[in-house]
Design a protein around this ligand. Structure first.
Ligand code: AMP
Ligand code: ZN
Ligand code: FE
Ligand code: FE
Length: 279
């Protein structure tokens, strides 16, 4: 059993990077990928712990992209985490996020809503981990919004008064950067795109042509029927049907490393298939 999709405190997970291989070992996984959002920051610590436990740590990340189909998440595996084109681009994206966050806090202040930027950064465990969900939580706490959803609808969503855009890459760019860094790109949780099956199928065809290596078919929250449909879609386009839990610790309750909601069991052979797609 393997798990190719997990998050740690380096992005929006509740568990330290070292903890992820520990949980993987306890679940009986032979390999686990740490795929924090837009960062390779947890890989070194996770790899050290994984080695001590005899679990294979697959270096990864999950990049938020803009596409005509809306926001799209792309998983990257095996890319060089230091000094590679992808690592440089992720550093640029994090810098831009910090600038966006400061501008967002200032915008809210101009609108008469004050958030304590310092304690927001603290709650996010670092300035580059801070995102709109943290702002939304602060707006709820201060009474400026009644719920997270209301905070987005009222202030933070695109087109709302406190919206400040930030730099985003396209899926095609991520696929190129992944390749140039020795890695492979995989479409994460394809059903999040909320496309009808024919539209998703043609999009997956475009991604395959753009250099993608797989789609995440065996996803923690998907039903057996959904997983089967996505695996067939992957096969139609010559892509690997990958899988993972999308573990976020206590921040997404009910999902465990390795087993997902309980029924996940991604075969080891998928990692070999994926690795054979690296240059
Ligand atoms: P950021 O990357 O900081 O701009 O924040 C993006 C994150 O905000 C997304 O990954 C979602 O988790 C969350 N988000 C975006 N729009 C909404 C919404 N309308 N309601 C709730 N959460 C949202
Ligand atoms: Zn996440
Ligand atoms: Fe995601
Ligand atoms: Fe994720």
């Amino acid at each position: 059993m393997i798990d190719l999709h997990t998050h740690s405190t380096v992005s929006d997970g509740s568990e330290a990077p070292e903890r992820v291989p520990e949980l993987a070992a306890a679940a009986g996984c032979s390999a686990v990928a740490l795929t924090d959002h837009d960062s390779f920051g947890g890989l070194e610590a996770a790899a050290r712990r994984a080695e001590a436990l005899g679990v294979r740590l697959v270096p990864g990340c999950e990049v938020s992209c803009r596409s005509p189909a809306g926001s799209m998440h792309v998983l990257v595996y095996f890319a060089d985490p230091a000094g590679s084109p992808l690592a440089d681009e992720l550093a640029r994206l994090r810098q831009d996020r910090v600038a966006r966050n400061k501008a967002l806090a200032e915008r809210l202040a101009t609108l008469g809503v004050h958030v304590d930027y310092g304690s927001l950064v603290e709650s996010a465990g670092g300035e580059s981990g801070l995102g709109r969900p943290h702002f939304a939580q602060a707006l709820v706490s201060s009474g400026a919004a009644s719920s997270i959803e209301d905070a987005f609808d009222r202030w933070l969503a695109a087109g709302r008064p406190a919206y400040v855009p930030k730099a985003r890459v396209t899926p095609e760019e991520v696929a190129q950067l992944a390749r140039a860094s020795g890695g492979v790109a995989v479409l994460a949780h394809p059903l999040t795109l909320s496309l009808e099956p024919p539209a998703l199928d043609s999009l997956v065809g475009e991604l395959a042509a753009a250099g993608f290596s797989g789609i995440e078919a065996i996803y923690g929250r998907y039903t057996p029927e959904e997983r089967e449909g996505l695996a067939l879609m992957a096969a139609r386009h010559g892509l690997v049907a990958t899988g993972g839990s999308d573990f976020h610790g206590t921040f997404k309750p009910g999902l465990s490393v390795g087993t997902g909601t309980g029924d996940l069991d991604v075969p080891d052979s998928i990692l070999d298939e994926l690795e054979s797609r690296t240059a």
